[in-house]
Design a protein around this ligand. Structure first.
Ligand SMILES: CC(C)(COP(=O)(O)OP(=O)(O)OC[C@H]1O[C@@H](n2cnc3c(N)ncnc32)[C@H](O)[C@@H]1OP(=O)(O)O)[C@@H](O)C(=O)NCCC(=O)NCCS
Length: 175
């Protein structure tokens, strides 16, 4: 049986201090952060702190690496799980732009959702995405995330407001 954090193109693993230069590069890349909540520059110390925090039920933090050569290309998180309703908030970033549009994001998303349902026993995974992030929305729809709501002009980004769409996926719906 395939290990729970392994996909077809990527593997997810705990972040290590050696990943820090990659994280620093990704989270300070304006083309990457255009589609993230991140607004201010990040320091090396902040990244090391982010990497050092260990995963637990309410906070799962994973580096996405390529399956072939184990190159770090991004990060995925599941946060705020609770045992009563069993939801979690998902965040994903393929920070290395050379890997966009090559299926890595879809594979990483599928892998972390599978982990959430099969290993953590989540009932529901949700995320927020900017309404104009067509690339991400395509990935989420492909995995069967459902559009659940739209917060109008909820995020101010580089001179204008953008709507924020909430999408959700229930256990058993992942494709
Ligand atoms: C969003 C993200 C995770 C997607 O990962 P990815 O590896 O690029 O995604 P995939 O290659 O699996 O799929 C992207 C799909 O969108 C398509 N696409 C790209 N740009 C598009 C656009 N402007 N409109 C519609 N579809 C688009 C691609 O062609 C591809 O579809 P295909 O597989 O049918 O050809 C990644 O690009 C990323 O991290 N971006 C920066 C941060 C971000 O947006 N994070 C998500 C915040 S909610």
């Amino acid at each position: 049986m395939k290990p729970p954090l392994e996909g077809e193109l990527v593997r997810l693993r705990a972040p290590e201090p050696e990943d820090e230069p990659y994280y620093y590069q990704w989270i300070n890349d304006p083309e990457v952060t255009y589609n993230l909540l991140a607004r201010y520059p990040f320091t090396h110390a902040q990244e090391l702190e982010f990497i050092a925090k260990p995963s637990s039920y309410g906070y799962v933090n994973l580096t996405i690496v390529t399956l072939g050569d184990a190159l770090p290309i991004g990060n995925a998180t599941l946060r705020n799980a609770n045992p009563e309703n069993r939801p979690a908030d998902l965040g994903i970033m393929i920070g290395d732009r050379a890997y966009w549009d090559r299926g890595y994001g879809t594979d990483a998303m599928r892998t972390i959702c599978r982990f959430g349902f099969e290993v953590m026993n989540l009932h529901r995974i949700e995320l927020d995405v900017f309404a104009d992030n067509a690339r991400a929305i395509k990935v989420y729809e492909r995995l069967r995330f459902v559009h659940e709501g739209r917060k109008r002009e909820a995020h101010y980004r580089r001179g204008e407001y953008v709507d924020v769409v909430t999408m959700g996926l229930l256990a058993g719906e992942l494709r």
